[in-house]
Design a binder for this molecule. Structure first.
Ligand code: 5GP
Ligand code: MN
Length: 326
């Protein structure tokens, strides 16, 4: 059955949009792209967007000044649309609004998504949720501001059109967005590559302390609270560190841990060609994509790394066995 956004919006007067905790470029880009489109095309409908605090650079996207970062639980929406969010828990503070809404819709591209809303439009082959949003709206009617938001989402989740999730369709959609007159270089430069001094310092620290393990197939680095305090870094300042670790020649998997609390770590995983990191993240209660996934784990950093590497070793062994058979 073809999914039609127009059908779902029928009769809805009050809509909320929400993304995942610690919003990244695709989360903000897809939410803001849809928000700006709905505002423009459905002026009689009231639309609110709920997101945790976003990185300062993303403020170049129109409408971000209207983002609500607190939710009043007695607010009842006709429809709550969650974007780029693999499970209900990751909605964070906006989850009560999702639970209380009369109807819910989930638009996402995480392979680990367990279809937790009333209607679910999950396209794991899509590079980004922003790419899916593009396919759901009338492309002719996307204005420059919404195009900027969607372009940011696609550029971020594809690592600027580099990762294997980038398809010919992705490039066609990016081209259509460019034709709306956006300054694509400025979006990429300011929201993706530009780093604050603090971000560069903490990146340097993570790289300096990284270690090659598992016969140099994996690289691992840990940032502790005391380092974050020392550099005055926030969790958002750590974005991009794991991608940089992944660039290391010869490495298949990059593992980056940051300490959330004593004995509690946010784990980011990236792989190149062989290891399905979404399977590993999901096994420990997280999720994500085949080549980029995350999970929160408890225990010492050694325990966490040992548990993750045991799963990586299992996958690599399995791969070797299959190669030997064929
Ligand atoms: P990152 O490592 O950049 O935080 O996340 C990589 C990918 O995995 C993103 O697509 C993100 O949405 C997903 N992800 C990260 N952490 C979690 C988690 O704890 N649970 C789930 N379901 N997905 C996660
Ligand atoms: Mn995404």
């Amino acid at each position: 059955m073809k999914f039609v956004l127009n059908d779902i919006l029928k009769g809805k007067n009050k809509i909320a949009l929400g993304g995942h905790i610690r919003p990244d470029g695709d989360c903000v880009g897809s939410c803001m792209g849809l928000y700006l489109y709905l505002k423009e095309q459905y002026p009689s409908v009231s639309v609110d967007v709920y997101l945790e605090e976003i990185p300062e650079a993303y403020r170049m996207i129109s409408g971000t000044e209207n983002i609500k970062s607190q939710a009043s639980p007695d607010e009842i929406y006709d429809l709550f649309i969650c974007l780029d969010c693999g499970d209900a828990e990751r909605l964070g503070f906006s989850r009560p609004l999702f639970e209380n809404a009369k109807e819910t819709l989930c638009i996402d591209h995480h392979i680990s998504n367990d279809a937790f809303a009333d209607s679910n439009y999950i396209v794991p082959e899509a590079s980004s949720t922003a790419e899916i949003v593009f396919t759901l709206v009338d492309a002719e009617k996307i204005d420059k501001k919404a195009a900027e938001a969607l372009y940011m989402g696609i550029a971020h989740d594809t690592g600027v059109f580099q990762y294997s999730c980038t398809s010919p369709e992705t490039m066609e959609i990016a081209a259509a967005l460019m034709r709306k007159g956006i300054d694509s270089s400025a979006i990429i430069d300011r929201t993706y590559y530009e780093k604050t001094y603090i971000q560069n310092q903490i990146l340097g620290r993570a790289l300096l302390e990284s270690m090659l393990i598992m016969d140099k197939k994996c690289i691992v680095s840990v940032i502790r609270r005391k380092s974050m305090d020392f550099f005055h870094a926030s969790p958002a300042d750590l974005e991009g560190i794991v991608s940089q670790l992944r660039q290391t020649a010869g490495v298949e998997v990059a593992i980056f841990l940051h300490e959330l609390a004593p004995q509690k770590f946010k784990v980011s995983l990236r792989s190149k060609k062989e290891v399905d990191v979404s399977e590993i993240a999901k096994y420990y209660g997280g999720g994500g994509h085949v080549r980029a996934a995350g999970v929160t784990m408890e225990g010492s950093s050694h325990d966490v790394i040992n548990n993750i590497t045991a799963r990586i070793a299992q996958q690599l062994r399995h791969e070797e066995e299959q190669d030997a058979e064929s």
